[in-house]
Ligand binder design. Structure first.
Ligand code: CA
Ligand code: CA
Length: 444
């Protein structure tokens, strides 16, 4: 909860904040918001078909595998918070504004809507929370604003652990504002900002952003796609962590849809690691360059690792059993614990999920409440998944032996006393005479 404290501390910093916003829209489109564990400062990259509220946006993100719990914005004097899943404190999510989203795990939210061709932002003295319809350099944004009567000096973004940003006119710290993210811009006078460029690049999408080019038909390529508002001559450069260009693609048009197979320019497979793609483009009609856009693509051919250290193979389990072990990967996505009947199950039931990596020391994976499962031999399976589509399964056979319930039912008539005992799945009926001797016994 350290981030909450940080946000509380900077709250006083935002002396005044109000914002008005209008947009014009283009075609129907799809865009993604990447959500990380902790606080995220986001903005809508598209105009949604149905406007979101804080609750409906939170539910939409969580319905796509997200695990987000609250969403809040700065209204000029305090943070307005909505707890996702509750019916109170809901508010409308506005295009062009930035929102803080608190999540317990990372996920990708794909939204559909209309892409934004231009937007008019009313900036006010103090800090303004904004999002942009297309990528634009912070310095260029400042120039656009300040050459039109504005007086803005700083644009900052939330890095996940603190604020980073650019001061206008400084030769360092410039960065690209991109759709899907939120930003704070500090101004000393009110002004209007027409966020419009002839050459927006929009709907930048890398899917998947981690892949495993090993020919197993699972996430073997990464598709880089984007759209321009005017036909451009474009280049995609893919660089390794040393900045060396490993692969480049070029083309002309209003759309990019380019697959990368994980090979370099000599058709050799590149090694596992993080690569940076940069999209640059020039509009041949004007000769002007768009703001370049960069992002990360992970290549990961290494399968996750995992182990079940407790229970041991064949161990007898009862009631709530702790399943301990490890579940690790450099690009860990999720782990699942299943159980199935026998030593070679044909069907699996989920025990629970492992949301964060466990290791290198063994730790608790899940607790398995076996009380609802009938006794016998079972196999538990740990499945560890990474972001690149690699999966590792670890199986272990165990015995369930829970105390069985015994129920006794009596019935009487004038001559007989019947007693039925159901014990460990076996039903036995005793028929007594008046003297208490067993006349008959039947077992089912
Ligand atoms: Ca693969
Ligand atoms: Ca991996």
């Amino acid at each position: 909860m350290e981030n909450i404290k940080k946000i509380a501390l900077i709250a006083a910093f935002f002396a005044l904040f109000t914002l008005s916003f209008s947009t014009t829209t283009l075609l129907a489109a799809e865009s993604q918001i990447k959500v990380y564990t902790g606080w995220n400062l986001i903005g809508l990259p598209l105009v949604p078909v149905t406007p979101y509220t804080a609750e409906s946006l939170g539910q939409a993100i969580n319905a796509q595998g997200g695990n987000c719990e609250r969403i809040q914005y700065w209204d000029g004097s305090e943070w307005i918070t909505h707890i996702i899943g509750t019916s109170f404190g809901d508010y409308n999510i506005e295009v062009g504004k930035g929102y803080f989203l608190l999540c317990n795990s990372k996920s990708i939210f794909t939204m559909t809507g209309a892409s934004i061709a231009s937007s008019a932002v009313s900036l006010h003295p103090g800090w303004n929370s904004i999002s942009v319809p297309g990528p634009i350099n912070a310095e260029l944004a400042g120039i656009q604003i300040n050459s039109n009567g504005g007086s803005c000096d700083t644009i900052i973004y939330w890095s996940g652990g603190g604020w980073e940003g650019h001061m206008m006119g400084m030769p360092f710290g410039d960065f690209v504002l991109t759709p899907g993210n939120g930003y704070f811009i500090h101004c000393s006078t009110a002004s209007a900002w027409d966020v419009v460029q002839r050459d927006w690049i929009t709907n930048i999408l890398v899917s998947p952003d981690a892949f495993s080019p090993n020919g197993d038909n699972t996430q073997d390529t990464a598709d880089i796609s984007a759209q321009f508002t005017a036909s451009c001559n474009w280049t995609i450069s893919i660089r390794d962590s040393n900045g060396v260009v490993k692969r480049a693609f070029t083309g002309t048009g209003a759309n990019i849809s380019q697959a990368w197979d994980g090979k370099d320019t000599s058709n050799n497979s590149v090694s596992d690691g993080a690569y940076t793609y940069t999209i640059e483009a020039v509009d041949p009609a004007t000769g002007s360059s768009i703001a370049s856009v960069s992002g990360q693509i992970i290549i990961d051919n290494a399968s996750p690792t995992g182990s079940i250290t407790e229970p041991s193979s064949g161990q007898i389990l009862s009631e709530v059993a702790a399943i301990r072990g490890t579940a690790e990967d450099l690009n860990f996505s999720i782990g699942h614990l299943y159980y199935g009947q026998g030593v070679s199950p044909t069907a699996w039931s989920l025990i629970g999920d492992v949301l964060s990596p466990v290791g290198p020391s063994a730790g608790l994976l899940v607790n398995w409440d076996t009380s609802g499962v009938s006794n016998g031999v079972y196999t538990i399976r740990l499945t560890v998944c990474d972001d690149a589509g690699n999966v590792r399964n670890i199986d272990l056979a165990v015995n369930l032996r829970n105390a069985v319930t015994t129920t006794i039912n009596y019935s009487y008539d004038d001559l007989n006393r019947l007693e039925n005992i159901a014990h460990d799945g076996v039903s036995t009926t005793y028929d007594y005479d008046e003297a208490g001797n067993i006349k008959n016994k039947t077992t089912e």
